[in-house]
Design a protein around this ligand. Structure first.
Ligand code: ADP
Ligand code: MG
Length: 229
């Protein structure tokens, strides 16, 4: 469970200018919930995701993680929580061009330690899960945009997180790949994972059980859809 309690995020540009990326945002995201975050460009969606996934600290307000106040934690402490719990899919897949698909997926495992055979098998398994079992050794340039996105998705699953945070996961991806990605989110959600998905695609947002809409850095609507299947 993640709670944003009256969270504001302000960026200072030089001495004078302030940008209000999030303003007095409150929301509790339940375990196992599938939430879509929508709104126009610049409305604060990515900032909302960064706050929810403990990537950054709010300027004002509190963030609770499973009921525990994590607002005052150091970067290192936040990183430790994030590593075990959160899988991120960023807006741009950001794969390392000189590493193949499997190596890219295993990258989060190599930080702070060497990976072993078991990791390798699990890496294969998550790549199979996103339908890329036959492209383990392809370098990013040998993959289509949609496939690269799926490698990023596989990478986000490598530490078996219970929260998946995705920023425009189907942006600039063809329809077939978009469907694959969204179907996988649904499946992961059915297995109990919390999905927080930023999108400006309203049709896609309809796939989620809850839609949080941002406008000018504020939540203007937060609806849980009934009869959601
Ligand atoms: P969205 O994802 O909805 O497009 P963002 O959360 O990325 O919106 O950004 C909200 C506002 O905050 C935008 O005006 C953006 O330019 C600004 N912003 C985001 N990150 C930074 C930053 N690191 N420094 C300055 N301004 C930022
Ligand atoms: Mg964004």
């Amino acid at each position: 469970m993640i709670t944003l309690d009256n969270v504001s995020k302000v960026y200072k540009i030089g001495r004078e200018r302030k940008i209000f990326a999030l303003t007095e945002v409150s929301a509790t995201l339940q375990s196992g919930e599938f939430v879509a975050v929508v709104g126009p460009s610049g409305s604060g969606k990515s900032t909302f995701l960064a706050m929810s996934g403990l990537l950054d600290k709010p300027t004002e307000g509190k963030i609770l993680f499973d009921g525990k106040d994590v607002t005052g934690l150091s970067d290192q402490e936040r990183t430790a929580i994030r590593a075990g719990r959160c899988g991120f899919i960023f807006q741009f897949p950001s794969l390392i061009p000189t590493l193949n698909a499997l190596e890219n997926v295993l990258l989060p495992r190599t930080i702070n330690r060497n990976y072993d055979k078991k990791d390798n098998e699990w890496g294969r398994e998550v790549l199979e899960r996103v339908g890329l079992g036959d492209k383990l050794e392809n370098l990013p340039y040998q993959l289509s945009g949609g496939e690269q996105r799926r490698v990023a998705l596989a990478r986000s699953l490598i530490n078996n997180p219970d929260i998946i945070l995705a920023d425009e996961p189907t942006g600039a991806v063809d329809e077939q790949n978009a469907k694959l990605i969204i179907d996988l989110f649904k499946e992961l959600n059915q297995q109990g994972k919390m999905i927080i998905m930023v999108t400006h695609d309203l049709t896609l947002a309809q796939q989620a059980e809850r839609i949080i809409e941002l406008e000018n850095s504020r939540i203007v609507q937060d609806i849980v859809r009934e009869n959601h299947v």
